[in-house]
Design a protein. Structure first.
Length: 304
């Protein structure tokens, strides 16, 4: 679809990398210096900040085996959202396209972050992928700087909490975990004393056991719940979130784990149990590395 956002994005690529070359007969696939492929998609912004994209199966097939990115564009973006295809290839392979030959994708933006929803495959947090940084790395063949450490469970718990504070939320962490939080890797922030409201007469006791809760800053309402799965099975974390979700509907949930556990998440989140409860519609997968980059991005934006 022609749009000012799409035209400006393509011009910005040409200004930085030189002439783009169309790939095959597609009007949306481009190669950059024969180093990377970019699949450009545009959507209007619909109700509640959602966007909707159709990705043709034959176009997706041309991304396989190459440094490739899917550019999701909409009006009003501060930066384009460029998703490295390889990081989400397993999700696309796990489902068949719709009857029109397209994979259906929604992106939701809200105060808690940005979600990529590949229909029938799962939801993923993608806040670390705004901007051209990863594309520049692919085109200019610079090695991506890895996260500075191997994260522990409690370090990642601390970082998820820090993102919550930087995005304007109050943060609750289970009382037993608080002495183990690592304040050497984030700026120290205050923790909420009480479990947030669930919309019922009393908070659910099981909510106090979830690794990190984000709370609306003025209304004491739960906005997001995260389980860090460092060594325990992904299924265990999903069950803990599901127990809470059955009592009341979580607005947003996340499993945070190493990248190699994404396949396990995709297998488990689409089990009948989680489809029946609706957890599969609100639960996202976050890689450790993406969480850390999200934190760095939020920290840099918060500094004057």
């Amino acid at each position: 679809m022609a749009s000012p956002a799409r035209a400006e994005f393509l011009l910005s690529l040409e200004r930085e990398f030189g002439r783009l070359h169309r790939l095959g007969t597609s009007t949306s696939l481009f190669t950059i210096r024969d180093k990377a492929r970019v699949y450009v998609r545009y959507s209007k912004v619909h109700k509640r900040g959602s966007t909707f994209f159709g990705l043709r199966q034959e176009d997706i097939a041309l991304l396989e085996g190459f440094p490739s990115f899917i550019a999701y564009l909409w009006e009003g973006q501060r930066e384009p959202l460029l998703i490295p295809y390889e990081q989400f290839a397993a999700a696309f392979r796990s489902v068949d396209p719709a009857s029109d030959g397209q994979y259906k994708v929604h992106i939701y933006t809200n105060e808690e972050g940005t979600d990529l929803h590949i229909v029938r495959a799962g939801r993923f947090g993608v806040d670390s992928h705004f901007g051209l940084r990863e594309l520049r790395t692919a085109v200019l063949e610079r090695a991506e700087e890895p996260p500075p450490m191997e994260f522990s469970h409690h370090q990642m718990q601390t970082i998820v909490g820090a993102i919550g504070r930087l995005t304007g939320h109050a943060v609750y962490v289970p009382l037993n975990d608080r002495p183990l939080m690592d304040w050497s890797i984030v700026d120290r922030f205050a923790l909420a004393d009480d479990i947030p409201s669930t919309g019922r007469h009393a908070p659910a006791a099981s909510l106090a056991l979830i690794d990190v809760l984000w709370i609306h800053p003025t209304r004491n309402l739960l906005t997001a719940a995260f389980e860090v799965e460092h060594s325990t099975p992904i299924y265990s974390g999903l069950l803990r979130l599901n127990d809470v979700h059955i009592d009341f509907k979580l607005p947003r949930a996340g499993i945070v784990a190493d990248a190699e556990r994404e396949d396990a998440f995709l297998r488990q989140i689409n089990r009948r149990t989680f489809r029946a409860s609706g957890l599969n519609e609100v639960c996202l997968f976050y890689k450790y590395s993406d969480i850390y980059r999200w934190y760095l991005r939020q920290r840099s934006e918060s500094q004057p």
